[in-house]
Design a protein around this ligand. Structure first.
Ligand SMILES: [Fe+2]
Length: 219
């Protein structure tokens, strides 16, 4: 980001409080609904072949398009689904957003270790139905040990942190990958992803809800 004038900045102004409040107040949002059928269909698009690298953060997220100025399931919170195929593991990584995981199905463990080492004593084993939380800035990884894909429902507060321009990510683990998550710094959450990865990716998913099905009724 460049700025050089010492005589005042033309992006700064003084306004009265009424004007400020007029700019702060956001449009209200309508309720949301996302169909389980569409979620399962989208998750089925991920396979071993289209994983970019061992630390790709891949999955789908539920967005309410009424939200202005950021994106999420509600203004500060996002709900995402991440599949982990049998034998898959993520690289260790950390971020200053909080994660709460509901494991919809599957079997495996989450390991939280400052040094990024998969130590038995730091594993949190889970199976379908369990809930696990990962506090902000803990170094963590998920591993699927079962024979069916694990499906993780993740609740994150990163929309709020992004909106405040306060989100930090070290993904994968390593001081050289520490990033301030603002536009122009990184193309995605993961430091290993390149602009070309995003332009050419085969997992671009956008399933509109509320579109009438061929048989008539909406979802
Ligand atoms: Fe994470």
């Amino acid at each position: 980001m460049e700025w050089n004038s010492k005589n005042g900045f033309n992006w700064c102004e003084i306004v009265d409080l009424d004007t400020l409040v007029g700019r702060l107040i956001q449009p209200d949002t309508r309720p949301g609904k996302w169909s389980g059928e569409d979620i399962r269909r989208a998750l089925g698009l991920y396979n071993y072949e289209n994983r970019r690298h061992s630390d790709q953060r891949r999955g789908i997220t539920l967005v309410n398009n009424d939200i202005a100025g950021t994106a999420g399931t509600s203004p500060g919170i996002s709900i995402s689904f991440q599949p982990l195929l049998p034998g898959e593991r993520e690289d260790f990584h950390r971020h200053n957003y909080v994660a709460i995981y509901y494991w919809v199905q599957g079997e495996g463990y989450t390991v939280i270790d400052d040094d990024g080492i998969d130590r038995e004593e730091h594993r949190i084993y889970w199976k379908g139905g369990d809930v696990v939380s990962a506090p902000a800035w803990c170094n963590h990884s998920h591993v699927c040990t079962g024979t069916e894909p694990a499906i993780q429902l993740a609740i994150h507060d990163f929309p709020e942190l992004c909106f405040k321009r306060a989100m930090l990510s070290e993904d994968p683990d390593g001081a050289q990958y520490l990033r301030h998550m603002v536009k122009g710094q990184v193309p995605s959450f993961n430091a290993l992803d390149t602009e070309a990865d995003l332009a050419e990716r085969s997992q671009r998913i956008a399933i509109k809800q509320g579109v009438p099905s061929p048989s008539g009724g909406g979802k």
